[in-house]
Design a protein around this ligand. Structure first.
Ligand SMILES: Nc1ncnc2c1ncn2[C@@H]1O[C@H](COP(=O)(O)O)[C@@H](OP(=O)(O)O)[C@H]1O
Ligand SMILES: [Mg+2]
Ligand SMILES: [Mg+2]
Ligand SMILES: [Mg+2]
Length: 355
């Protein structure tokens, strides 16, 4: 295997494995006082904060000069009002950081029993994620729980980490604790990690760190294609996607799931197209919601662009700027899907203008 980004890949897998087992245990024990509604009305839980603290701590230890663009910040956790959540986050993060994952893993990253961090160190680690992004240099992204709404429903969510260098995503690692390891099997085994490294392909392993298995996007014949889309209609227009599906002659129902588990499902052939069409409320997509998924899909042989056919731009600070939705699909369907998207969007907007 090529050695480029080998340490970054290993670090991201170790951090995602630790954070995924943390979020999984939080789900099983989550009580009402452990989630909170942010200023933008979106939910956040002790799991989001603790997972970001773990991943950011590990990145900073291994790569002290690398900035981090993370979704969460520690504001709500400081002071007396944050005490209950803070105490729980400190306990969860330290448990995940001292856990023995495999021979030599703790030693490699300078963590382990006896090296627990103080509450202030962990809050500061969450805030390592305050970098504003930009077009040049190395930076990591962390979305500690992507699809928090799915997480709270007990459905799909993802723990997402990427490394971006000069606005190009080079490494992406995504943990999906609730995703079946193999959808064609009835063994009920859940929990996957997906890895993409630029120029080195895409792989899947399990949460215990099994031998990675190469994944690629298969060929889809007409009639076999289906859409992967958000559960939340406020995140992605279901009606525009429905119109585009009918233009492509797709009769299969869309598979709706939360989080970047959609990119991962596409990368291993569990769906033909990831479709995310804007809802018209002027929302700017965030880089941490797409960077790791993009490199996994591209390395599995797919193409990711916006609804105008433009590449996603990871060099515009914390958001994707003025981009118009996201389409991801295998190479052979890309042009046809893009044409249908453009026609579907035109029809939907002229119908809305008339109404
Ligand atoms: N109005 C909106 N339009 C598009 N995406 C939105 C949105 N509001 C929130 N999101 C993003 O959608 C992500 C979930 O994606 P999906 O719909 O594919 O499950 C959320 O990630 P978090 O759950 O990490 O906050 C959030 O960043
Ligand atoms: Mg969120
Ligand atoms: Mg997200
Ligand atoms: Mg999130």
């Amino acid at each position: 295997m090529s050695l480029a980004f080998l340490a970054e890949r290993q670090l991201a897998i170790s951090a995602v494995r630790r954070a995924s087992s943390l979020t999984d245990s939080v789900f099983r024990k989550l009580v009402k006082s452990e989630s909170y509604t942010k200023g933008d009305k979106s939910p956040v839980t002790v799991g989001d904060y603790a997972a970001q603290a773990v991943i950011a701590t590990m990145i900073r230890r291994a790569f002290p000069d690398d900035p981090i663009v993370g979704e969460e910040d520690s504001k709500a956790l400081r002071g007396e009002s944050g005490k209950e959540m803070r105490d729980r986050i400190v306990q969860l993060a330290n448990d995940a950081l001292v856990k023995e994952l495999g021979v030599g893993d703790n030693e490699q990253w300078g963590i382990g029993p006896g090296k627990e961090l103080t509450p202030d160190q962990l809050l500061d680690a969450i805030d390592f994620g305050n970098h504003s992004g930009g077009p040049t240099g190395r930076m990591w992204t962390i979305d500690p729980i992507d699809g928090t709404k799915g997480f709270l429903r007990g459905e799909q969510y993802a723990v997402c980490v990427s490394l971006i260098v000069d606005a190009q995503v080079q490494v992406g690692v995504i943990g999906c604790p609730n995703l079946p390891y193999d959808t064609s099997s009835s063994d009920g085994l859940k929990g996957c990690i997906f890895v993409g490294v630029r120029g080195q392909g895409a792989e899947q392993l399990n949460l215990e760190g099994s031998q990675p298995k190469v994944i690629t996007i298969p060929s889809f014949a007409e009639g076999e294609l289906n859409f992967l889309e958000s559960v939340e209609a406020e995140h992605s227009s279901h009606s525009t996607a429905g119109r585009i599906a009918s233009l492509l002659g797709i009769t299969r129902e869309p598979t709706r799931m939360d989080s970047q588990a959609k990119y991962c499902s596409l990368a291993r052939g569990d769906g033909g197209v990831y479709m995310r069409m804007p809802t018209g409320v002027g929302y700017s997509e965030k880089i941490w919601d797409h960077a790791p998924g993009l490199v996994i899909v591209e390395e599995a042989g797919g193409v990711v662009c916006d609804g105008r056919g433009e590449p996603l731009n990871f060099g515009l600070e914390r958001t994707l700027g003025e981009n118009f939705g996201v389409i991801a699909t295998g190479k052979e369907w890309h042009q046809r899907v893009l044409k249908a998207v453009q026609q579907g969007v035109k029809e939907t907007s002229s119908a809305q203008a008339k109404a």
